[in-house]
Write a protein that binds this ligand. Structure first.
Ligand SMILES: [Zn+2]
Length: 66
């Protein structure tokens, strides 16, 4: 296992990008991680880029697409 959440995924990928959330612990569902790994396998083990994992309500209101 190379990621800190699953084989290919890291906590930092799911972090809310706003400065307020920097210290908040990232929690990601193990079912979601399992499904993401399945998606990766389906596409020849190519990287799956997480554009947005966690977003606090404020960050959500800003409506940015990362
Ligand atoms: Zn935030």
């Amino acid at each position: 296992m190379s990621g800190d959440l699953s084989t290919n995924f890291w906590k930092w990928e799911f972090r809310c990008p706003c400065p307020k959330c920097k210290r908040i612990k990232v929690r990601v569902s193990s079912l979601l991680l399992f499904k993401l790994e399945m998606v990766r396998m389906t596409f020849d083990d190519k990287p799956v880029i997480v554009l947005s994992g966690n977003r606090c309500p404020e960050e959500n209101k800003r409506g940015k697409a990362y």
